[in-house]
Design a protein around this ligand. Structure first.
Ligand SMILES: Nc1nc2c(c(=O)[nH]1)N[C@H]1C(S)=C(S)[C@@H](COP(=O)(O)O)O[C@H]1N2
Ligand SMILES: [Mo]
Length: 258
């Protein structure tokens, strides 16, 4: 079998194979992992050929999409991310983006409006004053970045599920898509959007969300990797058409659950 070098940018084929192996029924899975994971062995099990180039890329993305569906299916709505005491909060909390902190967008709060659209009854734009009036709660949870660091933070805001009810969103739709001030984007499955810890965040550590962490609004999802937590969110759409996202379109696993 041909070995793969670099099939999907940003995705380590070894991790993908390990991920795919998790889907095998148990005796086979253990034998497979013991035998040293390889794309060749996976191709053999999957009954298809994986070689370098475009066909490897499509085979890998097929496996990744299969994983997305399986992961979404086993994802329980009641599974809560762990919460922590105030004393566990990481200080200073790290900043991360695909640019440096001084390049972070400066969103004007007075003129800010959250645009809401797609499969919702009330397609209006929400000024900050109206968003701040939504019932809010605080969570102290762990943020895990795919780049290999994690930190505990305190985020306060409205449950996204409450907001989706409020705007008459079609909660049978597949995706919620978020667009950010500087062009970043990501999208999540509806069960995650309705998860009780998925939050429209307005405050960090009891203060108005600082510019670094996404002023005026970010979406906090403690059941997802950091890159699925969009900051500076300016638009939100409910849709059945797969929206992808900034990193997802570069090969990162779309579901990326924790
Ligand atoms: N708008 C926007 N949101 C974003 C990003 C970004 O570059 N732009 N980076 C993501 C990544 S990879 C991480 S780890 C977290 C970092 O959030 P923090 O700065 O609050 O730690 O933001 C996520 N959301
Ligand atoms: Mo990240």
């Amino acid at each position: 079998m041909a070995r793969i070098r670099k099939a999907v940018p940003g995705v380590d084929p070894k991790l993908l194979v390990k991920d795919a192996a998790k889907l095998l029924p148990d005796p086979a899975r253990r034998a497979f992992l013991r035998g040293g994971m390889s794309l060749g062995a996976l191709a053999f099990l999957a009954g298809c050929d994986i070689v370098d180039g475009p066909s490897a890329e499509s085979a890998l993305s097929k496996i990744s999409f299969f994983n997305d569906r399986v992961q979404a299916w086993i994802f329980g709505l009641n599974r809560l991310a762990p919460t922590y005491p105030e004393s566990a909060i990481t200080r200073p909390f790290p900043f991360n983006a695909y640019y440096t902190e001084d390049e972070a967008p400066e969103v004007e709060g007075d003129t800010y409006k959250l645009k809401v659209g797609g499969l919702v009854q009330e397609k209006k734009s929400w000024p900050l004053s109206e968003l701040y009036a939504l019932p809010q709660e605080k969570q102290i949870t762990r943020h895990v970045c795919v780049e290999g660091w994690s930190a505990i933070g305190s985020w306060t805001g409205a449950r996204l599920s409450d907001f989706l009810q409020r705007i008459g969103a079609d909660t049978k739709a597949k995706y919620v898509n978020f667009i950010c001030a500087e062009g970043y984007s990501t999208s999540i499955d509806m069960p995650t959007a309705l998860h009780p810890q998925t939050q429209m965040t307005f405050r960090f550590a009891d203060e108005i969300l600082p510019r670094a962490y996404g002023y005026p609004m970010k979406i906090r999802i403690p059941t997802k990797l950091g890159f699925k937590n969009p900051k500076y969110v300016t638009e939100m759409y409910v849709t059945n058409d797969y929206p992808g996202g900034y990193w997802e379109d570069q090969g990162y696993n779309w579901f990326s659950g924790l």
